[in-house]
Design a protein around this ligand. Structure first.
Ligand code: HEC
Ligand code: HEC
Ligand code: HEC
Ligand code: HEC
Ligand code: HEC
Length: 202
């Protein structure tokens, strides 16, 4: 793995709450203890919700994303040595990098390549013409303008800098830590790139 700490992680457990943080009430009175435990839980939960609605929510509070198929990045990227743009076809040419349609997979999976159940399911989806409706994990709100071509080709920033280790996953992550405005600004300040509101908000 990258020795540098990526600004966006791909695991859901990189910011687990600390169970030790709950103060243990001294009283042996059971109803009181239960009450205190509930109060602590409620406070922690509402603090979490506040953090989430402010956009600074820890990854473990984000809703889980269910993908149509258990895609294995590691197998395709490492074992089969496929380039990112085999599937994310416009990552070097456009703002949007794209999530692969079934046609891209069909290039190899129109017939079975192996023996796994998940691949059998894929072959069936391709043969039936079922679309692969991937859900974007890193999607930003519509008022944010971001371009892959600009960052990947012009600025030559590695994918891992913003997406962590997703290419080393063996099944789609349920949650990720998305880039926040402060992540964009920190790098733009460091690299002396525009931090005008209108550069990113259009
Ligand atoms: C064989 C096709 C394929 C290749 C090659 C591939 N990917 Fe993917 N990628 C996918 C699929 C399918 C998804 C959606 C499922 C998932 O999240 O795992 C995805 C999702 C992603 C996402 C999450 C995007 C989002 O918003 O949900 C990132 C980031 C990503 N890939 C990066 C990479 C990088 C970096 C490489 C090259 C090192 C790469 N991928 C190579 C098929 C591929
Ligand atoms: C360049 C050819 C190629 C492309 C494109 C490709 N695959 Fe594969 N895929 C393979 C090969 C080869 C295997 C390995 C079969 C084996 O060894 O079991 C494989 C294995 C798989 C498996 C079973 C492995 C596992 O761990 O479950 C799934 C599921 C899969 N691919 C999904 C996809 C999806 C979804 C896409 C499109 C986004 C895709 N593949 C695109 C060649 C490809
Ligand atoms: C400087 C940060 C950064 C780098 C570097 C970066 N990405 Fe992204 N990526 C993002 C952001 C931000 C989004 C969400 C874009 C949006 O919602 O408009 C995203 C979204 C994606 C998506 C989902 C589809 C889409 O375009 O919204 C894929 C797939 C993806 N990136 C793949 C890659 C790959 C592959 C690389 C390396 C070749 C890469 N990214 C490099 C920041 C980055
Ligand atoms: C790791 C560093 C890094 C991160 C993180 C990053 N950027 Fe950038 N960004 C750059 C660099 C370097 C350039 C200048 C590329 C060039 O020379 O054109 C740039 C250029 C831009 C531009 C074009 C600015 C202009 O003056 O036209 C926009 C818009 C932009 N980034 C948006 C974003 C957004 C939105 C995010 C967060 C989701 C983000 N960037 C995260 C490094 C970064
Ligand atoms: C380098 C890119 C970048 C620049 C420059 C930037 N922003 Fe943002 N901003 C973002 C991103 C990405 C988000 C969405 C993620 C988040 O909420 O952290 C965001 C979110 C916001 C939001 C929150 C909107 C919501 O949905 O909650 C506000 C308000 C905002 N920006 C205002 C500003 C203002 C005002 C400036 C200028 C002083 C500015 N931004 C400059 C990238 C940028």
């Amino acid at each position: 793995m990258d020795s540098k700490k990526p600004i966006a992680g791909t695991t859901e457990n990189n910011q687990e709450p600390n169970p030790e943080a709950n103060p243990e009430p001294k009283s042996g009175n059971l109803p009181l203890r239960v009450g205190v435990v509930f109060a602590v839980f409620f406070l922690a939960a509402s603090a979490g919700m506040t953090a989430l609605t402010l956009g600074g929510g820890p990854a473990f509070l984000a809703p889980a994303v269910r993908q149509p198929l258990a895609f294995n990045h590691l197998k395709h990227v490492k074992d089969l040595d496929l380039a990112c743009n085999t599937c994310h076809v416009t990552v070097e040419t456009e703002a949007f990098s794209g999530l692969p349609s079934a046609e891209i997979c069909a290039g190899c999976h129109a017939e079975a390549q192996g023996t796994t159940a998940e691949e059998k399911r894929l072959v069936k989806m391709i043969q039936d013409g079922t679309p692969l409706a991937w859900v974007s994990l890193f999607r930003q709100p519509p008022h944010v303008f971001y371009s892959h071509r600009r960052h990947v080709v012009v600025a030559k920033i590695p994918c891992t800098e913003c997406h962590g280790g997703i290419a080393e996953t063996t099944s789609p992550p349920l949650r990720v830590r998305k880039l926040q405005m402060k992540d964009c600004l920190a790098c733009h300040e460091r690299k002396r790139v525009s931090t005008d509101c209108t550069a990113c908000h259009r």
